[in-house]
Design a protein around this ligand. Structure first.
Ligand code: GDP
Ligand code: MG
Length: 371
């Protein structure tokens, strides 16, 4: 259902809202300024007030921004992107930290790494890169999925061997299944005297996660984030799973990606961590993400180094947005600033309308109407 508030309709026509209400009243309908009317009614009113109406559909504005459907040019192998999920206190943060210091891609192991919300490590045996989203938890995953972003190729499900399957473990399983993302189970805290990994496997079975030793196809690895036990094995299993998934991309095109997190930094202005998914993002590119636009002023790697470009599966901090976008917003490179303004102003309108519509108890996308 397409709709618009009376206030917004009046604004777009540069008419007084009271005149719109009066016209509606002539047609026998009583309305307040905050009411939402459907697009057809709005068009009638606009025309009666002497305006020409041009309806702009989302498809017109968003056309060509993303090329996800056509993946025929994706022929290069890319690194897997991994999200770590699991119950609180089962060791997500500890595991992410241990992995990060174990095998950082460039720079020395144990060197100073900057927290940018995602990082890459090398799997030691195969020498393959793996990208970890460093914001564990369901909130990030859910926020991204709600925006239609698919960033994760593999979920590492952390289950503490001394605690077993808990409510958020089950939630994580459901998230992964809904997103059709394969799970690798990391049975953590194996160093603890009361660790019972076999119990974890049995409990997982009750939630339709069947590990290999139980005849299923889900890989599990017993690890200790604390003692750094079996981290290499975990990385290798991720690399293997990635081979099976046969992840492809194309780096020779304008970048597409997803905002992992964003903030307004006092010194640097809006800063967004972006996971590039296709193409190559370069300094100077004109970008849009959600209702924000900008020109890439600087790119900073997970090592804290300034880089000129970032290719597929590479996380980078992006400086140069006019305002911070939202986690889960999809980033696209556009040809010029006029195009960027067209897209973001349309989306900003849509955002306001959606907010107004949901306040009035209506939902759905809205068409932009111009006088
Ligand atoms: P999160 O809530 O899932 O991020 O869990 P944390 O990483 O914050 O860990 C919760 C607690 O478990 C902390 O006190 C960690 O030190 C501890 N912990 C994490 N991994 C291990 C492990 O492998 N062995 C032991 N013994 N403790 C661990
Ligand atoms: Mg944590």
């Amino acid at each position: 259902p397409e709709a618009i508030t009376i206030q917004e309709l009046a604004n777009r026509m540069a008419e007084r809202a009271v005149d719109v209400i009066r016209m509606l009243m002539k047609q026998g309908a009583m309305h307040k300024i905050t009411d939402v009317i459907d697009a057809d009614t709005a068009q009638l009113i606009a025309e009666e007030l002497g305006h020409t109406v041009k309806r702009v559909a989302a498809s017109d504005v968003e056309e060509g921004l993303f090329d996800q459907v056509d993946d025929s040019s994706d022929t290069e192998t890319r690194s897997p992107v991994v999200t770590v999920m699991g119950h609180v206190d089962h060791g997500k943060t500890s595991l992410l930290d241990a992995l990060r210091h174990a095998n950082v891609v460039s720079g020395e192991a144990g060197g100073i790494t900057q927290h940018i919300g995602a990082y890459q490590v090398l799997s030691p045996e195969s020498g393959k890169k793996i990208t970890f989203i460093d914001t564990p938890g369901h909130a990030a995953f859910t926020a991204m999925r709600a925006r239609g972003a698919k960033v994760t190729d593999i979920v590492v499900l952390v289950v503490a061997a001394d605690d077993g399957v808990m409510p958020q473990t089950v939630e994580a399983i459901n998230h992964a299944k809904a997103a059709r993302v394969p799970i690798i189970v990391a049975i953590n805290k194996i160093d603890k005297p009361d660790a019972r990994p076999e119990r974890v496997r049995t409990e997982l079975l009750q939630h339709e996660v069947q590990v290999e030793s139980f005849g299923g196809d889900v890989v599990d690895v017993e690890v200790s984030a604390k003692n750094k036990t079996n981290l290499d094995k975990l990385l290798e299993m991720i690399a293997l799973q990635a081979d099976i998934l046969d992840l492809k991309t194309n780096s020779e095109r304008p970048a597409e990606g997803t905002v992992i997190e964003a903030k307004l930094d006092r010194g640097r202005g809006p800063v967004a961590t972006v996971l590039v998914q296709r193409g190559t993002l370069r300094v100077g590119d004109i970008i849009v993400a959600g209702a924000e636009m900008g020109r890439v002023r600087a790119l900073i790697s997970d090592q804290g180094e300034t880089v000129q470009e970032a290719g597929p599966s590479v996380p980078v901090e992006v400086l140069g947005f006019n305002g911070p976008p939202e986690a889960g917003d999809r980033l696209a490179v556009v040809e010029n600033e006029a195009r960027a303004r067209q897209v973001t102003s349309y989306r900003a309108h849509q955002k306001r309308e959606n907010a107004a519509a949901s306040i009035s108890g209506m939902r759905g996308s809205l068409e932009q109407m111009m006088s």
